[in-house]
Design a protein around this ligand. Structure first.
Ligand SMILES: Cc1cc2nc3c(=O)[nH]c(=O)nc-3n(C[C@H](O)[C@H](O)[C@H](O)COP(=O)(O)OP(=O)(O)OC[C@H]3O[C@@H](n4cnc5c(N)ncnc54)[C@H](O)[C@@H]3O)c2cc1C
Length: 396
């Protein structure tokens, strides 16, 4: 397990922290108010090489590791002060990772250059009928003369309104029971149309919207990871997505904590800074605790994922659970520390909690994280119960 950044990774972290601070932070309040995504910033991020970091050289990347990417991303999160931008970044990173892990040489050659160079990627699973029970989705590909025709409608999809490349979670009913299949499509595919930005409570600088598929022609060459193998592929994607949420929260809370500390030291009540009051200190310590717990659970999940450890899915769910619930608490406590000033929208303190609420849903809800952790816990305890406490022939 990696327990700290190497000096090269520290440098990457600093480079993207600086980009976050100097460029992304600028205009955050306006983007939040107007629900705007800044495509120029997105392109600058690509030019700075974020996407190329973990991609092998033969695929047009820099040949680094996903740890390198995570170091850079954590720096970005600590500097950016724009969770919507991070949300879009997480969605795009997940698509690149799944494409590298499961894409054919042809798919990588077709889609990677654009995705590394400033195009936008999205992964669409959720439908109006519900997002938690992925196996029940309705988008389906039915046989046609030239392959299949894919029809259905997705909603609440990060980056969808501006996506160039989409991973669509669909099914191929003719395969029988195990029919969930992932389709990798250009947004310019005939019959595919993108909806506008949904008007959300938070994450307003990340464009979220619908995807309509009206008899989109698809072939086996558009399938990622094999026909009927969509769920396995999706689960490895989701674990990475979830640990990235945790690292994003760890980074973002550095800024939240700094704001809270500055306010607690500069604001006085009863003749002394409110930082001297233990109830206020408690809030700041709680933010620090969430920050560190999210960070280290995120790293632990990443270690498991890289090593192929069977517990990585549980660790990733725990990381997301701690991070998203803790971020909501941190946002509420920040408003409390700021008092009425925090409750006034013009000061932007409220944005932390509005953005955080989305984290309890996106990438799998808090309840589904708990279900996942408990399922693995129960399986592990059943296996342990089946093992003899003392091995045959051993002495106690
Ligand atoms: C900002 C944002 C970005 C998003 N981006 C994407 C994206 O890029 N791609 C994508 O596919 N989706 C995306 N989503 C959708 C997200 O994945 C879904 O909102 C989420 O999966 C929950 O689905 P749902 O909203 O349909 O709620 P439902 O599935 O209808 O669930 C409603 C409530 O019931 C609870 N629940 C459901 N089943 C159980 C159970 N078995 N046990 C206990 N509780 C249960 C849920 O936890 C939830 O609280 C995004 C959502 C948000 C808010």
């Amino acid at each position: 397990m990696q327990l700290g950044w190497t000096s090269a990774q520290q440098e990457l972290r600093e480079r993207f922290l600086d980009f976050g601070r100097r460029q992304v932070s600028f205009g955050t309040t306006d983007r939040d108010r107007d629900g705007d995504f800044d495509l120029d910033l997105w392109k600058s991020q690509a030019e700075l090489g974020l996407w190329r970091l973990p991609v092998p050289r033969q695929d047009g990347g820099l040949g680094g590791s996903w740890w390198d990417f995570l170091a850079a991303f954590e720096g970005l999160a600590a500097g950016a002060d724009d969770f919507g931008f991070l949300m879009s970044t997480i969605a795009h990173a997940g698509l690149i990772r799944v494409l590298l892990a499961h894409g054919t040489a042809g798919q990588r050659a077709r889609f990677l250059p654009g995705l590394l160079g400033g195009q936008v990627g999205a992964t669409a699973a959720t439908e109006e009928s519900g997002g938690s029970h992925v196996a029940r989705i309705g988008a389906a590909a039915v046989p046609s003369d030239s392959g299949y025709r894919l029809s259905g409608e997705k909603c609440h999809i990060t980056n969808a309104p501006i996506a160039d490349v989409l991973l669509i979670v669909g099914r191929v009913p003719s395969l029988g029971a195990r029919d969930i299949t992932l389709f990798l499509l250009a947004s310019s595919s005939p019959g595919l149309s993108l909806g506008g930005h949904e008007d959300l409570l938070g994450q307003r600088s990340s464009p979220t919207g619908s995807v309509r598929l009206d008899r989109v022609p698809v072939t086996e060459g558009d399938v990622l990871g094999g026909m009927g193998r969509g769920l396995e592929t999706l689960y490895s994607f989701l674990a990475f997505d979830r640990l990235m949420y945790a690292v994003a929260v760890a980074g973002a809370l550095e800024l939240v904590l700094q704001r809270g500390m500055d306010r607690a030291h500069s604001r006085s009540a009863f003749g002394r800074p409110i930082a001297d009051h233990q109830y206020v200190q408690d809030k700041l310590v709680d933010i620090k605790l969430t920050m560190e717990a999210a960070r280290w659970l995120g790293y632990s999940a990443m270690s498991g994922l890289v090593a192929g450890d069977s517990q990585f899915s549980s660790q990733a769910s725990l990381a997301k659970l701690v991070a998203s619930e803790g971020m909501v608490r941190a946002g509420l406590e920040l408003i409390q520390i700021f008092g009425h000033t925090g409750y006034e929208r013009r000061n932007g303190v409220d944005r932390v909690v509005r953005d955080a609420i989305a984290l309890r849903l996106a990438g799998g809800s808090t309840e589904m994280m708990k279900k996942n952790v408990f399922k693995i816990l129960a399986e592990t305890s059943r296996t342990r119960a089946a093992e003899p406490l003392v091995a045959d022939g051993a002495e106690s």
